[in-house]
Design a protein around this ligand. Structure first.
Ligand SMILES: [Zn+2]
Length: 482
């Protein structure tokens, strides 16, 4: 209410109207009946012109930003996205085409212009044995453009088109020139190829799914698989859990009354499940003993399961160094030697295998001996900290094996034979702890390697967090997100 009309006294009855007031009144009458309408007309014309300019520039801005946002924003479905051609041809051609029409309201011409230039995308289904060149040709597009696009490394997924999937093609007004190509790589990723003045630009648009933390737990009756299914755990994760715990418990002996609990993430898009993460943390109570594993991705991108103490679940030792047919002689403190005819201890296990079968180091270590030694024949001894493994009767060594060298778990060190005192091809395998032979088939294998020191702080922080999360869910303090 800042504005006070100048003629606010005009209707004030009972007031003495002086000459001065009269002249003021005449002045205001003149202003209100002559000048104001004229000013309004002129102002209106000016305003409408201004408005017209504003509108078309706003529209152009809108078109431009729409064009840009289509290229940069996440595309949920290829077919449902209204295709907007590139901004440049739309905004430059529209005013030119409409320049002769001046008596029509600016807004409708601008709208008409923009609508006329928006082409609905052509959504085509990929046929079997289709390729981009064929697909372009079939849809009236230049095959050279297909080749130019395929030559771009980032567009390599267009080299192997999957029959049945769809490709969205947005064409220009002439319907002969490709403006935008969209190819959905998966539910969350779309490849977008856009025509630019400088050539083709290729981008991958990622949709960020909604992440829900899922908790599942069950007391096992029957198998762990049926218990998992009943608890609604995706089958993939049950298998992952079984595999992860298989080095710590005999999975076949998981029985009624054992329990498991686990946390994982479920990714959804528009309320629809897209996929599940791997297990984040899991717990298995077997024969009253609790085993826990935590998933951790190190700074090099390697993901592995670890015990809460930071040991890899991959054991430091594999149980068997060779694919064997059967066990010949077992570990024994006293047995009758088949060749010597005497009774003596058999400090290892004889694994009967095909001659020439590859023998793999059961753990990382240093080769302390690779050569020929009496009854052992060709033998390799590997030292792994307090452990030592012995592989005897080899037909030959791997050419990478030499005394003083290092091997990794799984490296082939030699081949099955019957060198030394052996009646037929087999591997005599020993495992010693602090120099004392143990039964390699029964000895409790040491837990996996400790997580590298550079990752330790981050691992323990994560491990603490997810384990307490798992506890909160188990105690019902927190509920699984639905
Ligand atoms: Zn033996």
């Amino acid at each position: 209410m800042n504005y006070v009309p100048p003629d606010n006294d005009l209707g004030h009855g009972g007031r003495v109207v002086t000459k001065e007031v009269m002249s003021q009144r005449n002045l205001w009458l003149f202003v209100s009946f002559i000048i104001l309408p004229v000013a309004l007309v002129i102002g209106g014309m000016y305003m409408s012109k201004l408005f017209r300019q504003l509108n078309s520039s706003q529209l152009q801005a809108a078109i431009t930003s729409q064009g840009e946002s289509q290229a940069s924003s996440v595309l949920s479905t290829v077919s449902s996205v209204p295709a907007v051609p590139q901004a440049e041809p739309t905004s430059t051609s529209a005013p030119a085409a409409m320049s002769g029409v001046t008596n029509k309201p600016a807004i409708s011409t601008a709208e008409a212009a923009s609508v006329a230039n928006i082409q609905k995308p052509l959504v085509v289904t990929i046929k079997s044995k289709d390729n981009l060149k064929k697909l372009f040709k079939r849809n009236g597009l230049n095959e050279k453009d297909a080749l130019a696009i395929l030559a771009i490394k980032k567009a390599s997924s267009l080299k192997n088109l999957h029959a049945g999937k769809k490709i969205s093609l947005t064409l220009d007004a002439t319907k002969t020139k490709l403006q935008v190509l969209e190819y959905k790589l998966d539910d969350l990723t779309t490849l977008v190829v856009t025509a630019r003045k400088s050539g083709w630009s290729v981008d991958t648009k990622h949709i960020k799914p909604t992440t829900k933390t899922k908790y599942a737990a069950a007391t096992i009756t029957g198998s762990i698989y049926t218990a998992g299914k009943r608890a609604g755990v995706p089958q993939k994760l049950v298998a992952q859990m079984v595999n992860a715990f298989s080095n710590r418990v005999n999975v076949k002996k998981i029985h009624d009354g054992d329990k498991f609990a686990l946390l994982y993430n479920e990714y959804t898009l528009d309320g629809k499940k897209v996929r599940d993460s791997d297990i984040a943390v899991a717990e298995l109570v077997h024969k009253g003993e609790t085993h826990r594993i935590v998933s951790f991705t190190d700074s090099y991108g390697h993901t592995n399961f670890y015990t809460p103490q930071g040991h890899s679940i991959k054991p430091a030792f594999e149980r068997y160094p060779v694919a064997f047919n059967h066990i010949g002689s077992r570990f024994s403190h006293a047995r009758h030697h088949p060749i010597l005819g005497t009774v003596r201890a058999h400090t290892g296990v004889d694994l009967s295998a095909d001659r020439g079968a590859p023998i793999k180091a059961t753990g990382n270590g240093k080769i302390v001996f690779a050569g020929t030694s009496g009854g052992y024949g060709n033998v390799v001894r590997i030292k792994h900290g307090i452990y030592e493994t012995v592989y005897a009767h080899l037909s030959r060594f791997s050419n990478k094996v030499y005394t003083g060298g290092y091997v990794k778990q799984g490296d082939v060190i030699g081949y099955v034979g019957s060198s030394g005192l052996a009646t037929g091809p087999h591997l005599h395998y020993e495992l010693r702890v602090n120099g004392v032979p143990h039964d390699p088939l029964k000895v409790k294998l040491p837990s996996g390697q400790m997580i590298a020191s550079e990752h330790r702080n981050r691992f323990f922080a994560l491990s603490k967090k997810v384990l307490s999360q798992l506890d909160s869910y188990r105690k019902g303090i927190v509920k699984s997100e639905s």
